[in-house]
Design a binder for this molecule. Sequence first.
Ligand SMILES: [Zn+2]
Length: 163
Amino acid sequence: MRHDSYDATCGICQANAGEGASQAVTVYESELWIVRQIGPALGVPGWMMLVTQRHAAGPAHLDDREAESLGPLLRHLERVLEEVTGSLRIYTATMNESFPHFHCHMVPRYENMPNDAVGWDVFDLLRSTGAGEVGVDEAEIGRVTVAYQAALAKTPPPVHDPC
Ligand SMILES: [Zn+2]
């Protein structure tokens, strides 16, 4: 369903509305937020994207409810993602470059990474796996996504209570 703020030129608005080419699996959805597996199967298992339901250009453009809920939500999402993946930590980055619509990458940093990529190089794995230069384990990506979805269903994130 299209949000009131729907922008027809925005790929994230299209994905949020279930339109466009994105086949990314949604693992969590609330009134304000959506979490998806980066699509279709890129990077490393458990690479997730947190996006606003609303077409908001970035952190500077979040409304009060989005801003107040982001901290508790991100903490919960990353705690559960760490548990599900057994990763050392979760890399967190938001640039809003492909589309001016808030999207935050949450990337498990495993002990062993493809191409030994760490730090900023991890973000190049989206390109290199997309180009076929680095292989991906699609079955493992699918397994982790389903496990994360199930874990979030079992222990849902706190929902912001409007005052
Ligand atoms: Zn948008």
